[in-house]
Design a protein around this ligand. Structure first.
Ligand code: CP3
Length: 344
């Protein structure tokens, strides 16, 4: 079934006069209607595992702003939880997991119960697929193995990834086993997402910056490409977007992977460089600094127009260089939508 979705067509390389648009973290704390449901759900994980609430918060930004795609409401850290790690979110601080510190800890992780444990997520996707207007695409997602591993190794988000890098050098075998398990678990999770109605997949590699090239290829590029290839084997038509945040010139390695259809660019990647080095091979998505949407006004408008115009002759999906931050004024998002769609 091919849907008449501007987002899906653009992702598959078709160019059109309009620019499809969605935003990372388009559902979330900057929206008062999200905060209301979040309070009703209790904890953040309760929200992710409640298909009624998760469906509702996925649809909230679409109702308010009419974006061209909805992204499943869930989190990349549901995978480590499904593999047997306890997960909690500490208010104002972020995620907490009991860290993986030894080879034994890696061996204890299981991939078998992923589908079963995450069945509420698939139920959310089925509901969304029934409720979403046919012109809107439904995006499923997962964290890329390296990014998920960084949280598993540190037990939390960390500004300094050097301890994680050290783990690779000190425990190469355990690290390889960890990545292999994450590839298996993530592939299974995403296959089930597609079966439940996801029409495109994004793989978030939020922590791929700063690795030496050899480690980057081993920890970021190859595992992410392997997941994409396995998905395409069963579902050749499912478009896949990779987001190796902070990869700089190593983005070009992703342009050579057939299984990727789109590449999401971060805030720091020069747009002209992306046009020259990525657009000939893949649909580019993203790039706008989310902090400009906090600022709003002429500065945001000018940057948004410049970004849209940079990619006006190639397939391009409007998005940010990273997710909206919680203090984004909701009215600036409305202004941004108006700017992106002007003259269209
Ligand atoms: O709208 C969407 O983008 C869909 C839902 C989504 C969430 N997280 C919801 C969320 C998606 C795609 C993610 C991905 C995610 N989660 C990433 C990759 C993208 C990125 O931001 O780099 C990462 C690294 C995580 C892990 C994570 N989840 C952290 C570090 C935190 C705490 C920090 C924070 O922003 O609060 C979360 C919590 C989280 N995930 C929230 C939301 C809306 C906030 C939780 C709350 O409401 O209290």
């Amino acid at each position: 079934m091919t849907k008449d979705s501007l987002f899906l067509k653009t992702l598959k390389g078709e160019q059109s006069l309009s620019t499809p648009t969605w935003f990372m973290r388009q559902a979330g704390r900057y929206l008062p209607e999200y905060r209301a449901i979040r309070a009703e759900a209790g904890s953040f994980t309760d929200l992710c595992y409640n298909p009624g609430f998760a469906t509702e918060v996925t649809l909230q930004p679409i109702r308010r702003y009419d974006m061209d795609a909805a992204i499943l409401f869930a989190d990349i850290l549901l995978i480590p939880e499904a593999m047997g790690m306890d997960l909690s979110f500490v208010a104002g601080e972020g995620p907490r997991l009991k860290p993986v510190v030894s080879a034994e800890n890696v061996t204890e992780l299981t991939v078998e119960r992923v589908r079963n444990h995450l069945s509420p997520v698939f139920e959310t996707l089925s509901r969304l697929s029934a409720e979403l207007d046919p012109s809107k695409a439904l995006i499923g997602f997962a964290g890329a193995p390296w990014t998920v591993a960084t949280y598993m190794l540190a037990g939390q988000g960390t500004k300094d990834p050097s301890a994680n890098r050290q783990f690779i050098y000190n425990h190469p075998k355990a690290f390889a086993e960890l990545i292999e398990k994450l590839v298996d678990a993530t592939t299974d999770y995403l296959l089930a997402q597609v079966e439940a109605g996801a029409e495109a997949i994004q793989l978030f590699d939020s922590w791929s910056a700063g690795l030496p090239q050899k480690l980057f290829e081993q920890a970021c590029l190859e595992p992410t490409a392997e997941i994409a290839r396995r998905l395409k084997k069963d579902h050749p038509d499912i478009p896949i977007i990779a987001f190796p945040k902070g990869a700089g010139p190593l983005y070009t390695l992703y342009t050579k992977v057939d299984a990727f259809d789109g590449l999401s660019i971060d805030t720091g990647l020069p747009w002209a460089w992306a046009l020259e080095n990525i657009s000939p091979y893949k649909t580019v998505q993203g790039g706008l600094d989310p902090l400009l949407v906090v600022k709003g006004g002429e500065e945001m408008a000018e940057a948004a127009r410049m970004l849209r115009d940079t990619f006006k002759d190639v397939p391009y999906i409007f998005n940010l260089g990273h997710g909206f931050v919680p203090h984004t004024p909701p009215e600036h998002v409305a202004d941004l939508m108006t700017i992106i769609r002007e003259k269209e």
